[in-house]
Design a protein around this ligand. Structure first.
Ligand SMILES: [Zn+2]
Length: 95
């Protein structure tokens, strides 16, 4: 099964489907997004389109931000795995 990596809510405007985050965002800013500007979700939850969760980022900054966030998430995942291993080992030793 193919899972969409970055889901976005879409809304219909004048017969065209557009990302809801763009609409919320442009309303918050009171202007249209500039060319190359994207709506970034501060908590990285692309389904949370509340105005407070959106901030403007240029496409290049946005991709760097996303890569760094994914790296942080991977590192956190490794640390969790490591702790799990330690926990399992100490439980085994206590038996
Ligand atoms: Zn983003």
């Amino acid at each position: 099964m193919r899972v969409k990596r970055y889901p976005y809510h879409t809304v219909w405007l004048n017969g065209r489907s557009i990302n809801r985050n763009r609409v919320v965002f442009e309303h918050k800013l009171g202007r249209r997004l500039l060319p190359g500007e994207e709506a970034h979700h501060i908590d990285h939850n692309s389904l949370d389109d509340r105005p407070g969760n959106l901030t403007p980022l240029m496409r290049s900054e946005h991709s760097i931000e996303t890569q760094e966030w994914m790296k942080r998430k991977r590192d956190e995942g490794k640390r969790r795995l490591f702790h799990l291993e330690i926990g399992t080992r100490s439980r085994v030793q206590n038996e």
